[in-house]
Design a protein around this ligand. Structure first.
Ligand code: GLA
Length: 386
């Protein structure tokens, strides 16, 4: 989170850029880090993410005449939106455009507006910067007279990403960003959307997020390919074990009895999803009873599975995970989010954090020639008005 002085500076910048007068509202939406359960959401499985302290802010004010004027301080780019003619422009503001476009199904006639986005969440890093922009936009519509239920904000934002931007993401990111509570992780069953806020009862570890220095936008990865592979695996497994709605509905023993009847690559994808799903439920129990040792093991196993079976890690993610998990005081470490670059998440003993942060950057650079960046964070609150 940024302090009041930083937000104050941005308010001045808003007035310099868009003119003075009128009420400017401020909204915040965090990024998220998934503790465990990746590539399970679009397979109807469980996920266990937390919102982090870092996120995106939106300053917004109604204006009199179209177009809506936007500026992102994070990428130093302006954008314009004509609310009657919203088209994809393939820039950062498409997340905003998508939300505005689909919000019309809930709120008719939105007035034009000026908006300034800024924050402390790195972009294209696997920390849900896009969901954070979508959700902050959706809840900020309140300032234009369109107060959305959280469930609508989640639906609209996901639709913006799926149908407007064209990334067929699951629901984890938008859900976490909108619904997270401070000091809790969200255990979400993406098959039926039941969820529980799990107290983060891990007292002997802090959450450290390590960025590989490799940025990527999901639309440029094999994310959609993995989705198709999972759909195909579901179709073939259903023919063997009986119809299932989601891949995560296939039980472990059912899968084991049918795995050799489907192509090896698809069996590996399915194996990851089915076993990862059961790891998530176990991890939630560990979180609740404060069992850091088992949680750490589960995180390491999860990384191996994403690397060897689901094939979404990169050399840099593997190097960062391996170096990280062999440091003193590290309970466990795994890639987090979609993979293909981005971040790892590690649980580190409080007494070892300083040494970890001191040594990791050079060890990682030596291995990869990339500069890693580290954020120490803790389970933060979901999106809200500031
Ligand atoms: C991205 C997507 C999520 C989820 C993760 C992988 O973050 O937006 O829906 O699929 O990848 O777990």
């Amino acid at each position: 989170m940024l302090d009041a002085a930083e937000i104050g500076k941005r308010l001045l910048e808003f007035e310099t850029r868009f003119g003075r007068g009128g009420v400017i509202d401020t909204y915040f939406a965090p990024g998220r880090v998934n503790l465990i359960g990746d590539h399970t959401d679009y397979n109807g499985g469980h996920v266990l993410p937390i919102a982090i302290q870092q996120g995106n802010y939106l300053l917004i004010r109604r204006s009199e005449l179209p177009p809506a004027r936007l500026y992102s301080a994070s990428v130093d780019m302006e954008a314009r939106i004509l609310l009657t003619d919203i088209k994809k422009e393939r820039d950062w503001a498409d997340y905003v455009r998508g939300v505005y476009l689909y919000s019309r199904s809930v709120c008719a006639d939105l007035p034009p507006f000026d908006a300034l986005y800024f924050g402390d969440l790195p972009l294209d890093s696997g920390l849900s910067s896009s969901a954070s922009i979508e959700i902050v936009t959706a809840i900020g519509l309140e300032s234009l007279g369109c107060r959305l239920e959280r469930s609508d904000a989640i639906k609209l934002s996901r639709r913006a990403e799926n149908d407007f931007v064209g990334v067929f993401c699951g629901v984890m990111d938008q859900f976490t960003v909108a619904m997270a509570e401070k000091g809790k992780a969200v255990l979400l069953n993406c098959g039926n959307m039941e969820f529980r806020q799990i107290p983060f009862n891990i007292k002997d570890a802090v959450v450290v997020v390590g960025h590989t220095g490799v940025r990527r936008s999901l639309s440029a990865t094999e994310y959609n390919t993995r989705r198709h592979e999972c759909e195909e695996a579901l179709r073939l497994l259903s023919a063997k074990v009986g119809p299932r709605q989601h891949l995560a509905d296939v039980g472990i023993s059912e899968f084991e009895s049918a795995r050799y009847s489907i192509p090896e690559k698809l069996a590996k994808r399915a194996e990851h999803v089915i076993y990862e799903n059961s790891r998530v439920e176990e991890a939630a129990r560990c979180l609740e009873r404060g069992d850091t040792v088992t949680l750490g093991h589960l995180m390491n196993r999860s990384h191996e599975s994403l690397r060897d079976l689901f094939d979404v890690t990169t050399e840099e993610l593997d190097a960062l995970q391996e170096l990280s998990s062999s440091q003193p005081g590290v309970w466990g470490c795994r890639m987090t989010g979609a993979g293909f670059g981005g971040c790892v998440v590690a649980l580190v003993k409080p007494d070892n954090v300083e040494r970890y942060l001191r040594r990791m950057p050079s060890m990682y650079w030596k291995a990869t020639h990339y500069d890693a960046e580290f954020i120490v964070t803790s389970p933060g609150a979901g999106a809200h008005k500031v």
